[in-house]
Write a protein of this length. Structure first.
Length: 566
């Protein structure tokens, strides 16, 4: 099957296009001989051209289209018809079935690659040029680990079809690198790393095993039919976590560290007995403290500046509120990172300690031995701290100690589960906090949620339905005033239309009049004054601002608000 491409060398093509000179090519070839790197990357590294200019010149000289895979409507089901080994070896991606098929290549001068792909497809494909980095990313998206996981699970199920002794030998083998259960977990972690998952769920059911990844707050499920592998997988996770593999009737918690694709994760493990076996959830905590940066959380500048000023004060209490999974811990750690100087003594009481921070004294709550938040707080006050972080205020005893610490020369940071910022005050009073003490201690309250960001590589206008347009109009934001956006779905966002998340914030600092109402225990007046303040903006206000800026979708803000539309 003859190739329609002509044989050519990259350097010669770039010279013909006037992109580089013969002298520059000689220098680049000498460097290639010395380093063994690709000629194209050497030319870019030496500043002789840019990748964009080089690709345009190649496409023009070879008379090929140049495709931006970030914006291309990729169909994974079509792409998978080209075997993964061929696709990865030749940096190739099947874009359309045709006839004729269309393939994207990073190096269209590789005639051997073209002929091998044509033989596999049983047709001569048309060729397009694509950026190599985008191609590699698309390959990771298309050829995800799901097929590999299913295949390994089937093999493991067949291997475990024997006796319990087989399982014990499998788990305690000296060389576990080739054991199917280890391969399965390795593939699962690689899948989680590629898709930016925050949690891995292993859930045995009556007839299937469910493997679920939480990506940007939403769960994505894979069904495995080999239910007999569940005990082997759970036992291996327990061994890695230092847990008791013989105890299957009680919940257990543990942790371990793992490196996946040159990224190091702390993995927090929780097991729970269910009707069909033990359920396991693994929280992946990446050891990248650079993400604990207040500048990167998405706070509006006016909130960010005021929040920074308040947490830097010498005493008082600052609260961060919101439901589980709303990013409260990230906000507090980002604040601690800024406060963490040699001049400050910082002590934290956490349940559990999620990230380990240098210079900070972090204490793990252990209620079973009496080491509660309140007990840690009492001891912390005798350790001469400047800043105390309480992971969560849960009871009246912790409330009272935290407030007294805040009015005796300590800055206290903590979290609460409330729907908005002003409700935090009422929640603390319900827990037994004296209103006069609360008025003396409280400095600021910030409420937050997380919404998914629209993928910047496939963003497009969102054709809202009538009900959504009416909802927008009811918020005093007619949809005609801006263009709501959405993500179409592409390789960069795993076809979801979203990539990453951003915080939505609500903030208030009590004024003199508000504090006076609080001292008098007049909560009705306090709440009215807070909500009537000209600088008070709700979570919904900030969410709609993000919609108007094209950062998130109307659907995400509606889901965050918990409102129903008709």
């Amino acid at each position: 099957m003859a190739s329609p491409l002509r044989k050519a060398r990259l350097g010669e093509l770039l010279i013909a296009a006037g992109e580089i000179t013969s002298e520059q090519l000689e220098i680049a070839l000498a460097e290639q001989k010395r380093s063994g790197r690709k000629l194209g990357s050497i030319l870019v590294h030496l500043g002789m051209t840019t990748e964009e200019r080089m690709l345009k010149a190649l496409a023009q000289q070879l008379n090929l289209p140049l495709i931006d895979l970030k914006r291309y409507p990729l169909d994974p089901n079509v792409a998978k018809k080209l075997p993964e080994n061929l696709a990865r070896r030749h940096r190739a991606l099947l874009l359309a079935e045709g006839p004729p098929p269309l393939i994207a290549l990073a190096d269209p001068t590789n005639l051997f690659a073209y002929d091998e792909i044509a033989l596999s497809l049983r047709a001569q494909p048309d060729v397009a040029l694509a950026r190599e980095e985008d191609l590699l990313f698309a390959l990771d998206t298309v050829y995800r680990q799901t097929d590999k996981i299913a295949r390994i699970a089937k093999d493991l199920g067949e291997e475990l079809a024997g006796t319990e002794t087989d399982l014990n030998q499998l788990l305690r083998a000296e060389d576990l690198s080739d054991a199917p259960v280890v391969k399965l977990l390795q593939s699962l972690f690689e899948e989680a790393a590629v898709t930016r998952a925050s949690d891995i769920h292993i859930e045995p059911d009556e007839k299937v095993l469910r493997l679920r990844l939480r990506i940007d707050g939403a769960l994505h499920e894979q069904i495995v039919e080999e239910t007999r592998i569940a005990p082997a997988v759970v036992s291996r996770v327990k061994l890695m976590s230092g847990l008791d593999i013989s105890e299957r009737r009680l919940p257990q918690d543990g942790r371990f560290a793992i490196t996946v694709r040159n990224r190091r994760f702390d993995v927090r493990v929780s097991t729970m007995p269910t009707q069909y076996g033990e359920s396991v959830v693994m929280r992946l905590l990446e050891n990248d403290l650079s993400r604990f940066d207040l500048e990167k959380l998405g706070m509006p500048s006016q909130i960010l500046n005021r929040f920074r000023q308040q947490v830097a004060r010498p005493h008082g209490i600052v609260l961060v509120t919101g439901p589980t999974g709303s990013g409260k811990t990230t906000t507090l750690y980002a604040a601690l990172k800024e406060l963490n100087t040699p001049q400050r003594k910082i002590i934290t009481a956490e349940d559990p300690v999620e990230y380990r921070l240098d210079r900070i004294n972090q204490v793990q709550v252990k209620p079973e031995i009496g080491l509660t938040f309140a007990e840690i707080l009492r001891t912390a006050l005798r350790q001469d701290p400047d800043v105390i972080l309480v992971g969560e205020i849960r009871d009246s005893e912790t409330v009272e100690i935290a407030l007294r610490a805040a009015i005796t020369g300590h800055m206290v940071l903590s979290t609460l589960h409330t729907n908005d910022a002003p409700s935090a005050v009422e929640r603390l009073i319900d827990m037994g906090a004296p209103s006069f003490l609360l008025a003396a201690a409280i400095r600021a309250v910030i409420a937050q949620r997380l919404v998914r960001r629209i993928c910047p590589d496939c963003i497009e206008p969102d054709p809202l339905d009538d009900a959504t347009r009416n909802w927008l109009a009811a918020q005093s934001l007619p949809s005609g005033a801006f263009t709501p956006m959405r993500g179409r779905g592409c390789a960069r966002c795993n076809m979801t239309g979203y990539r990453g998340r951003i915080g939505v914030y609500e903030y208030f600092e009590p004024s003199y009049a508000q504090l006076d109402a609080l001292r008098r225990n007049d909560l009705a007046t306090f709440n009215r004054l807070v909500r009537e303040a000209p600088d008070y903006h709700t979570l919904l206000d900030h969410g709609l601002t993000l919609v108007a800026q094209g950062v998130t979708t109307v659907a995400e803000v509606i889901a965050m608000s918990g409102e129903l539309i008709e």
